[in-house]
Unconditional design. Structure first.
Length: 221
């Protein structure tokens, strides 16, 4: 089992719950922080002292306060940790349950587990800790379909952005204008129409409103 674990969580009650779980699992050294910058510093110090952390358990959302943080989110911490400490195991423990977000974290940062905070969250977290220790990817039941190869999940970040703007009530013409302003490609009205037609066929949606509803139900936006 792991011998040195770092918890990055800004909510006291959740921090205590995770700490108690790790104690029950027999992990001898557990350190806790409430800021992503502090987590990064502890990870660096562990390597410098030749006593590195083996596992990072982090939330994604951290409330801002008086401190000016370089790493203001759990995702920023994950990105930094993965870049600097490739051997570190990383478990994300979050209320976020959108499948696209989970897929992105796995694809971009090779996280080792994603666990949703819920009534059975700590039980799932215990399973995730055991699984990652034996080099197995773990996803809690709420997001277990994140890596499904079904066609309905095979959409990219551009598609997600497009549907999100539809959900906000923007017309295709307004989205085209916005994309041109932000230098997002493709931005032409015809390209946007083609993308939306493809998505409607792919998701068997009758119209744009139906498309938004289906992708929300799937947890993609």
């Amino acid at each position: 089992m792991y011998e040195k674990v770092l918890i990055a969580e800004d909510m006291d009650d959740i921090n205590k719950g995770v700490y108690s779980l790790l104690k029950e699992l027999g992990i001898p050294e557990i350190q806790q922080v409430q800021y992503c910058d502090d987590a990064h510093l502890k990870l660096k110090k562990g390597v410098f002292d030749k006593d590195p952390f083996q596992l990072l358990i982090t939330d994604l959302s951290f409330k801002s306060d008086h401190r000016n943080e370089k790493l203001a989110s759990g995702e920023a911490l994950v990105a930094q940790a993965r870049a600097e400490f490739p051997k570190l195991k990383i478990i994300v423990y979050s209320v976020e349950d959108r499948l696209q977000r989970v897929r992105s974290l796995i694809a971009n940062y090779k996280i080792d587990a994603y666990v949703c905070k819920s009534r059975t969250g700590l039980k799932s977290l215990a399973e995730a800790i055991k699984s990652t220790y034996t080099n197995q990817l773990y996803l809690s039941t709420e997001v277990s379909n994140a890596l499904s190869r079904k066609s309905e999940l095979e959409i990219n970040d551009y598609d997600i952005l497009l549907i999100k703007h539809l959900a906000k009530g923007l017309s295709q013409d307004e989205i085209s204008h916005l994309f041109k302003q932000k230098d997002i490609s493709p931005s032409s009205l015809s390209s946007i129409e083609k993308h939306l037609n493809r998505l409607r066929i792919q998701f068997k949606a009758n119209n744009a409103i139906h498309l938004v509803a289906i992708t929300k139900d799937l947890g993609l936006i």
